[in-house]
Design a protein around this ligand. Sequence first.
Ligand code: PA5
Length: 390
Amino acid sequence: MFSKNIIFKNFKSKIDKKQKIDLENILKKENLIKKYPLLKSLTSQYEYSYNKKNIKNIKKFSSFNLIGMGGSTLGAEAIYDFLNHKIKKKFTFFNNLQNEKISKSKNKKVNLVVSKSGNTIETISNFNLILKKQNKNKNVIITEKKNSYLFKLAKKLKAEIFEHKNYIGGRYSVLSEVGMLPAELMGLHENKFKRYNNLLKNNLFVNLLIENVAFIYKSVKKNKKNSIILNYDKKSENLFKWYQQLTAESLGKQYKGLFPTISTMPKDNHSMLQFYLDGSRDNFFTFFIVRDKNPIKLDKNNLFDQFSVLKNKNLFKVLQAQKDATENVFNRKKIPYRTFEVLNRNEETLGELFCFFILETILLSRLLKLNPFNQPSVELIKKETRKILF
Ligand code: PA5
């Protein structure tokens, strides 16, 4: 357990002492925020480029279009789904090249366009189509302060512009204005997400993180590079899409890295599990489950013979039994895994998970000797596309 919100069971395996010491030195002796300024956004000391007063008008709206790609939207999507029970506002995400008709809308909405570079072709195209169909919407743009296409367009439209800090890369931006402005507009409390200071003061958390990173590094060194998420919580799918992007773009370079993939459980018991148990052994696993406070109960009728034990049982009990059973078999087959069991679905929990995975990625990049903040091959495709189109 690293907080009252999450029970964490670490990988069971001995780890290399040297890696442990290296990681301890980074976490306990270095001034991490000075070295990695983006980490400031994980604390409540971070200063946003907007203040409560200048978003008051935007907060009055009830419908929002969030337009952006990759790191510019995935964090907000993760928040919207994970905390959906607390959210009364309607968000529509435009997160891929939109090849469907955008409908006209009677209500005036807010277009929230997020792009650090201000030149991403999918974002510009989607925004263009929305402007045509929903021309009364209020436009709010989060972008770097530089003469990009989006910046010029924002000026032309007299849109509200908030700065995307240039030292915070897209996939690390969830706790900056990129994820926290949407969270505020959803009616959530941004300060509750900021768990960095509490977690780093917690020795148990720090030790679990170190052992976890040392295990993953050892695994990658042995060519076990597939990080497979066994996700038992539908509302966390976007959280793991966020994790997938964070890991793949940060560590997939110089022929190194992890291959993050997501399995939907228990559906994949009937599809992928055979391979996970008996197929090639180049994987390590993450079980992820969230305790359901209001689970649906099965009916007492039409359940007989051996199925009569399910009378009035709730579906979460069934789900948990399936997860526990899978862990038991993994133990018997000595397949490496860690488990997150979330007890409370709230801002604090999500903030802790964001913080855990961001630190995990940065620490792995140190051991793998990689720059986690660039994405040379993403840029390559952007350039090649421009060569063809422009
Ligand atoms: O994490 C990243 O850096 C990328 O996924 C970007 O977020 C994505 O390519 C979109 O770029 P931009 O925010 O410049 O539109």
